[in-house]
Design a protein around this ligand. Structure first.
Ligand SMILES: NC(=O)c1ccc[n+]([C@@H]2O[C@H](COP(=O)([O-])OP(=O)(O)OC[C@H]3O[C@@H](n4cnc5c(N)ncnc54)[C@H](OP(=O)(O)O)[C@@H]3O)[C@@H](O)[C@H]2O)c1
Length: 234
């Protein structure tokens, strides 16, 4: 049975990946900075839980120490948005945003790379904003763009372990529920900006992640799951 660690696995897209992986017969380890939340989901889906905070390297070292018998895949979904214009940038929030998407996953590679089996893989999370610049999306855009390069360079560094990224468009993952009544407007605007005429669902993204776990001849790639949004010009 292949073992997959899902970081950010207690909520939204991470939880959807963890649920599907468990249903598909993977041994799942739910990794989250909130251990109680990870344990609750793990209990529900027949998995185990471990505390992983992408902002805290010691938790990655501790997770690796728990998994010395090997792991096949790591999926890392973490993000720490800092959606402001350049004039409002806050240094610490900027660093946190890069840490969740780029620095944290690099340190995950440092600590979990040694326990990854040779036919294993890492799946990173980027996002369509990396390819759609706009006011207020400076940090999200640059961090998501950096993930594409991270996948490519980490794939060369960790080979034969494969490293790929998924880049979602706007997906109704649960993350947008915080907008309340504003969520419907966001989803319909994003649908209008795609070629397929709808917003994304968690399953659209999970399908791509599960394919990447099995795609043994794919490494260093970013898979865009955004309904063709980058190709829509009007
Ligand atoms: N949903 C979309 O429309 C969309 C669009 C484009 C890209 N994406 C990308 O897809 C990924 C998943 O997004 P989502 O929709 O599931 O919602 P999200 O709110 O971005 O989820 C982020 C996940 O990362 C976890 N996380 C944040 N900081 C962490 C840290 N320091 N250590 C460990 N985990 C941490 C969160 O866990 P906590 O519960 O601890 O906060 C949560 O599980 C993100 O990278 C996001 O940028 C999503």
């Amino acid at each position: 049975m292949e073992r997959v660690l899902v970081i950010g696995g207690a909520r939204a897209l991470g939880a959807a990946v963890a649920r599907r992986a468990a249903a598909d017969g993977y041994e799942v380890v739910v990794g989250a900075r909130d251990l109680a939340a990870a344990e609750a989901l793990a209990h529900e889906i027949g998995a185990t839980a471990v505390r992983v905070d992408l902002q805290d390297e010691t938790t990655m070292a501790a997770a690796a120490a728990r998994l010395t018998d090997g792991i096949d895949h790591v999926v890392t979904t973490g993000s720490a948005p800092h959606d402001v214009r350049a004039a409002e940038l806050d240094h610490d929030q900027l660093v946190a945003a890069f840490t969740a998407k780029v620095i944290g996953p690099m340190l995950v590679a440092k600590h979990l790379g040694p326990v990854l089996r040779p036919n294993g893989s890492i799946v990173l999370f980027s996002g369509v904003v990396g390819w759609r610049p706009g006011p207020g999306s400076l940090v999200k855009g640059v961090t998501n763009g950096a993930v594409e390069h991270l996948a490519r360079h980490l794939a060369a560094d960790l080979a034969p372990v494969r490293v790929n990224a998924v880049s979602p468009g706007v997906v109704d993952s649960g993350a947008w529920d915080r907008l309340g009544e504003g969520k419907a407007g966001l989803l319909s605007r994003s649908a209008a900006g795609t070629l397929v005429g709808r917003h994304g669902e968690a399953d659209d993204v999970v399908d791509a992640v599960m394919w990447l776990l099995r795609a043994g001849f794919v490494s260093g790639e970013t898979i865009h799951v955004e309904g063709g949004a980058r190709h829509r010009t009007a």
